[in-house]
Design a protein around this ligand. Structure first.
Ligand code: 3EB
Length: 332
């Protein structure tokens, strides 16, 4: 009998799922990301991470990355990973005390290791990175910890052959529990980096935001056989390089305009269609500084988007003290 012709699909899906329905083991699972009070990782169970990002709505879902082929994984020199023929998920969970509270040194160490790891594994294209660490606004050596993080990340990145235009999409958010957790998605072939015409590229921010600019692009567009994915970075109420609005609902509207602008900047239908906006995305993750603002974020999204995509509201600190909310998105 001839095999059924299969519709090609991208090598992974990323979805929010009911924790009751997520099995303990799944041979096709790349990642299971849970949200709560503490950071936890287990080298013997490298597909699972617990992040210290408390959900701000009842019945918190789990984020599940599922592959189209069986996954294998392991843990090597501080890096946990899972992979298929086409994609690599990897993470590092660092105890900062080893670095004497020097987050620049910790970030430089983590990035040097992660960058070497995904290349050695044969997945040279870093598509998307998530960075979580505590006490984001605390000051050290004349800089806040987010600026120290940017400095260390920059130092590791400048040692490898990488152009500005190759920087991955990213998220960097403050937690309230110890531990630095960084995880990423890498592939065999690069995606296309997308910038937002409404915003100065983060890697060109002026020095007043820190001695080294944040090393990330606004989004990565990857055409998998089977369809495009757009991985949109954490997006805040920034126009040009400046924070706009001091009220959460106004910041949310600016974020929605930025998300739409990033989609348009791909220049490709259906993402760039004039009528296409964030309601076309398949996942939104909103980080809210003050838990009490979650209701305004939820209400604002419901008023602006029909339908509201699958949404996860998390408590997290955004990297400038005047930013109250930040939203990342996925089109898949
Ligand atoms: C901004 O646009 C908001 O340093 O990796 C968003 C996403 C932000 C990623 C990062 C920072 C980062 O500047 C902050």
């Amino acid at each position: 009998m001839e095999p059924m012709p299969q519709t090609p699909s991208p090598p992974l899906s990323i979805r929010l799922e009911d924790p009751q329905r997520v099995p303990e083991h799944d041979p096709y699972r790349l990642a299971r990301i849970r949200f709560g009070a503490a950071n936890r990782s287990d080298p013997t169970c490298p597909d699972t991470l617990d992040l210290a990002l408390p959900p701000l709505a009842p019945n918190a879902p789990v984020e599940v990355w599922r592959a189209t082929e069986p996954v294998h994984g392991g843990f090597r020199d501080g890096v946990g990973y899972t992979c298929t023929q086409q994609v690599l998920f990897g993470w590092m969970h660092l105890d900062e005390d080893r670095f004497g509270d020097d987050l620049a040194a910790a970030a430089e160490h983590a990035y040097a290791r992660l960058l070497a790891f995904h290349r050695e594994m044969g997945f040279p294209a870093l598509l998307r990175v998530w960075n979580y660490f505590p006490r984001l606004h605390e000051r050290h050596h004349g800089l806040d910890r987010y600026q120290n993080f940017c400095l260390g990340r920059h130092r590791a990145l400048e040692r490898i052959p990488l152009e500005e235009g190759d920087l991955p999409a990213a998220t960097a958010i403050g937690t309230r529990a110890p531990g630095v957790l960084i995880y990423f998605l890498a592939g065999r072939e690069p995606g296309r980096q997308i910038e937002n015409p409404r915003q100065v590229s983060a890697f060109h921010y002026p020095a007043r935001y820190g001695p080294r600019s944040p090393s990330f692009s606004r989004a990565t567009l990857r055409h998998w056989s089977g369809g495009p994915h757009l991985y949109i970075s954490g997006t805040a109420s920034i126009v040009g390089h400046e924070t706009c609005h001091d009220e959460v609902s106004a910041q949310l509207r600016e974020i929605l305009a930025n998300l739409k602008a990033v989609m348009r900047a791909t220049g490709e239908p259906p993402l760039a269609a004039p009528e296409a906006g964030p309601e076309r995305l398949s996942l939104l993750k909103a980080y809210v500084r003050h838990a009490a603002d979650a209701q305004w974020v939820q209400a604002g999204l419901e008023a602006a988007l029909d339908p509201v995509p699958p949404l996860l509201l998390l408590r997290g600190d955004v990297c400038r003290e005047d930013l109250l909310v930040e939203i990342e998105g996925l089109y898949a």
